[in-house]
Design a protein around this ligand. Structure first.
Ligand code: UFG
Length: 344
């Protein structure tokens, strides 16, 4: 019998790609999602890719009784991957209480329910945002946690602390904290991808929408940073590679392959790429031009950050394989697919 995994936020961008990889690896996936930032058609995309329809429960993870009902319904859930969270940095500054409630209460509900149902472990979606601007690059997992620049970033830090405290108190489950760098791209089939609502805040959806002519011009936020070309540097990682790391992390927890009840891994490529280099790479990979202009810095942006993925590579046994050009080409195919479907 295949093992059951609960994926909260499984209809979202990273959650949907992870569900595909879990199903391909033979897991039975239950998605719990309130569709607040996703579309039910994503489930059809997952089904077309894998030939298997994941279970789907429309629920807000803040609803403790509703979450408990899911554990009752699907007896024997072995692990949880907790993606469900609000994630817009700017919005979190405007609506901090919404962010604290959504991101903290849902985690508390899950952690309280896990022991009641014998769940073996939780994989938590964290972010390189916890490092702020690191003093040493590439940044590894031992780098100090810097004061958060937004309520969103603060929720990631607090959630990490909650999980740490819970494990150290002797909770009967394991945890793996995955700190993502900048996930981009889409599944190679273009059946699923990122679906930003409204004007995109992140670079890649803005860039692909500009390349499609939906937006007149991409603004490059600043060219006066202390970097080789003056624009900010990030570690852009394929969402499919990222998704695969979750499957490996889940196997590690369920099979108790580690001596440690809690572990943290950076998920990045180890390569820093500037905004201007990224635009150039996109144009090279797709042959499509991206009109852009330099504007002032965006408040709260980190100058440069990229991962030291040594621990993920050598302890977790995961490495990012996809090239930047292939990942950018997949982002473009997805944008083209959205146009074909009349969505954007
Ligand atoms: N950028 C532009 N123009 C745009 C959008 C972005 O130049 O229209 C630049 C940004 O200034 C930054 C880079 O592109 O230098 C990447 O920006 P994103 O908004 O795509 O990503 P961030 O690195 O700012 O933020 C992402 C996630 C956060 C997470 C953070 C961790 O969106 O959720 O990484 O560092 F917290």
């Amino acid at each position: 019998m295949s093992k059951k995994i609960l994926v909260t936020g499984g209809a979202g961008y990273i959650g949907s790609h992870t569900t595909v990889e879990l199903q391909n690896a033979g897991y039975e996936v239950i998605i719990a999602d309130n569709l607040s930032n996703s579309d039910p058609q994503v489930i059809d995309g997952i089904t077309r890719i894998t030939g298997k329809k994941p279970h789907f429960e429309l629920i807000d993870c803040n609803d403790r009784a509703g979450m408990q009902a899911i554990f009752e319904k699907y007896q024997g859930i072995e692990g949880i991957i907790h993606f469900a969270a609000s994630k817009a940095v700017g919005e979190s500054v405007q609506k901090p209480l919404l962010y604290y409630r959504n991101n903290l209460v849902s985690l508390l509900n899950i952690l309280e329910l896990m022991p009641l149902y014998g769940v073996k472990g939780i994989v938590f979606s964290s972010s390189c945002t916890v490092y702020g601007q690191p003093d040493i690059l590439p940044v590894d997992e031992n780098a100090p946690i810097k004061p958060a620049l937004s309520p969103y970033g603060n929720t990631k830090q607090i959630c990490e602390e909650i999980i740490n405290d819970s494990i150290h108190s002797g909770a009967p489950y394991r945890a793996i904290l995955l700190r993502y760098f900048n996930p981009i791209g889409a599944h190679p089939s273009a059946e699923i991808g990122e679906l930003p609502l409204g004007v995109p805040q992140n670079l890649i959806p803005y860039l692909t929408q500009t390349a499609m002519g939906i937006r007149p011009e991409l603004s490059v936020f600043g060219n006066d940073y202390n970097t080789p070309d003056g624009s900010c540097i990030r570690d852009y990682i394929s969402v499919v590679d990222l998704a695969k790391a979750h499957v490996i992390a889940m196997q590690r927890m369920i099979n108790k392959l580690s001596d440690n009840a809690i572990e943290t891994f950076n998920l990045g490529t180890g390569r820093g790429v500037s905004v201007l280099e990224l635009i150039e790479a996109f144009e090279r990979a797709t042959g499509v031009k991206v009109p852009h202009k330099i504007v002032g810095r965006r408040e709260g942006d980190i100058e440069q950050v990229w991962a030291n993925p040594y621990r993920a590579n050598n302890i977790l046994g995961w490495t990012a394989h996809e090239t930047l050009d292939d990942t950018l080409a997949s982002a473009w195919r997805w944008q083209v697919r959205l146009r074909e479907r009349g969505i954007m």
